[in-house]
Design a protein around this ligand. Structure first.
Ligand code: HEM
Ligand SMILES: *[C@@H]1O[C@H](CO)[C@@H](O)[C@H](O)[C@H]1NC(C)=O
Ligand SMILES: *[C@@H]1O[C@H](CO)[C@@H](O)[C@H](O)[C@H]1NC(C)=O
Ligand SMILES: *[C@@H]1O[C@H](CO)[C@@H](O)[C@H](O)[C@H]1NC(C)=O
Ligand SMILES: *[C@@H]1O[C@H](CO)[C@@H](O)[C@H](O)[C@H]1NC(C)=O
Ligand SMILES: *[C@@H]1O[C@H](CO)[C@@H](O)[C@H](O)[C@H]1NC(C)=O
Ligand SMILES: CC(=O)N[C@H]1CO[C@H](CO)[C@@H](O)[C@@H]1O
Length: 382
């Protein structure tokens, strides 16, 4: 027991050192308070595993360079197109929300498990991007350590590294996830919150995954970066809930702006095409892609993970109905105001902690699942 505590202390210490060493913004490690998340798990195991069976630096013997390969590769991808960070962050969210962080979202329909049909095609997932980026990281890892590093770990680590690259907070990602054999179409349909969901429904779906209001509000801060297809806000702009009118909660000047942006998507397109995609991202040169500010006339601060998402909500400038709904509930509105009112450190801390939590959702470990060789295909052929 004493031994395991010593090991644990060392792990926390090394995570701390890593944090202070890697974090460009120099956020203090102490305020991360890792202990509440993990201390209760000490007794569950004799090593540095957390309760889900993940470990710190799982690959240190089998593929010591694994995490640095991901980091280097992500830096390269990001310098080509900084939108990679947003794409992977959304991919990560969808993967973890559907049956846990098991890379099930990556499975292709061209092979494997026909019966389960495919998450990748499921309704909320259709506009997911970045599969090819995960594939390219995997390819490099397969060269270095064949069959060792799971696709699920790649998604979690690459997402964290992508967040860092946009100036977001660092958080430690434990490893040892295994990949699912199946994809989960039906779960995908019901588990992922929809852009038109009200706050009750959104909170409910996050609660089903163990996230409270505060964690939910901080996670939605992921919408600080990235872009959004006009089809997701079309109804709000022109025909809200069948009224033939726009959503009355949209600030009028913002409505005009958004309608201008989304004009040519008034066609009946079901799939986003490049022409119907209102790119809400900043110019490629901006650090991060602060989509809400891109819509407003203000100049972006250039920081991806600042508080502009929450500030936008305060002034009725949320893009999705689900975003703006954070102001429709007393508790979540209070959290939005709190995040918007300081220098961003509260949000960054909460976001980092909630992301750590999400990266451990229902993971497969030990002998569960498998380690795919190709992230699009299960190992066993059907
Ligand atoms: C109520 C919950 C949520 C809803 C309804 C929602 C919905 C959406 C929608 C409709 C888009 C636009 C997709 C497109 O145009 O292709 C989007 C983008 C995005 N979402 Fe969410 N989302 C939610 C929560 C989250 C969470 C929890 C995260 C991550 C922790 C996240 C990360 C992202 C990112 C990074 C993008 C930009 C993707 C890109 O630019 O490629 N979202 N979301
Ligand atoms: C598909 O799955 C169901 C139940 O999970 C099973 O009964 C059925 O036989 C499967 N069909 C095929 C074609 O494998
Ligand atoms: C990122 O941007 C580039 C060029 O701006 C575009 O070709 C690519 O499709 C985008 N990728 C993603 C994942 O959105
Ligand atoms: C929110 O949405 C849920 C499910 O779509 C619905 O049952 C509920 O009545 C809605 N609540 C409010 C307050 O609109
Ligand atoms: C969008 O299309 C509908 C039907 O085709 C039309 O009635 C409406 O005026 C159009 N709206 C805009 C803003 O072009
Ligand atoms: C992985 O599988 C996909 C889908 O079958 C295929 O297109 C791709 O070429 C494969 N990648 C590698 C590196 O084998
Ligand atoms: C938002 C979106 O893209 N929805 C589509 C998801 O996929 C289904 C069919 O697979 C389409 O019917 C939806 O329009």
């Amino acid at each position: 027991m004493a031994g395991s505590m010593t090991i644990w202390f060392f792990v926390v210490l090394s995570i701390s050192i890593l944090l202070s060493w890697t974090n460009p913004r120099g956020e203090t490690i102490k305020s991360f308070s890792l202990s509440p998340l993990y201390s209760s798990t000490q007794s569950a195991s004799s090593s540095n595993e957390d309760i889900s069976g993940l470990r710190y630096d799982f690959y240190h013997k089998t593929c010591p360079q694994a995490e640095s390969i991901v980091r280097t590769h992500m830096a390269r991808l990001y310098s080509d197109h900084n939108n990679v960070s947003a794409a992977l962050l959304r991919l990560f969210f969808h993967d973890c929300f559907i049956e846990g962080c098991d890379a099930s979202v990556l499975l292709d329909d061209s092979n494997g498990d026909k019966n389960h049909s495919i998450e990748r095609q499921a309704i909320p997932n259709q506009t997911l991007r970045g599969f090819d980026k995960i594939d390219s990281i995997k390819e490099e890892l397969e060269k270095a350590c064949p069959g060792v590093v799971s696709c699920a770990d790649i998604v979690s680590i690459a997402t964290r590294d992508g967040i860092m690259l946009t100036g977001g907070p660092f958080y430690p990602v434990l490893t040892g996830r295994r990949d699912s054999i199946h994809s989960y179409f039906n779960e995908a349909l019901s588990a992922i919150p929809r852009p038109d969901d009200n706050i009750t429904q959104t909170l409910h779906l996050f609660d089903l995954r163990g996230f409270d209001e505060r964690e939910t509000v901080s996670l939605l801060g992921a919408h600080n970066i990235g872009k959004i297809g006009c089809e997701f806000i079309q109804k709000r702009l022109f025909n809200f809930k069948g009224t033939g009118q726009p959503d009355p909660t949209i600030a009028p000047d913002f409505l005009t702006e958004m309608r201008m942006r989304c004009q040519d998507s008034n066609r009946t397109t079901t799939r986003p095409s490049s022409s119907s995609m209102a790119s809400l991202e900043m110019s490629e040169s901006a650090v991060g892609m602060s989509y809400l500010q891109a819509l407003s006339s203000s100049i972006s601060s250039g920081a991806g993970f600042d508080t502009h998402y929450y500030q936008s909500l305060l002034s009725g400038r949320g893009l999705l109905f689900a975003d703006q709904q954070l102001m429709a509930n007393e508790k979540t509105a209070r959290l939005v105001r709190a995040y918007a009112s300081d220098d961003g450190s509260t949000f960054r801390m909460d976001f980092a902690r909630a992301m750590m939590k999400m990266s451990g959702l229902n993971v497969l470990t030990g002998s569960q699942g498998q380690v795919r060789q190709n992230c699009s295909l299960p190992l066993v052929s059907s």
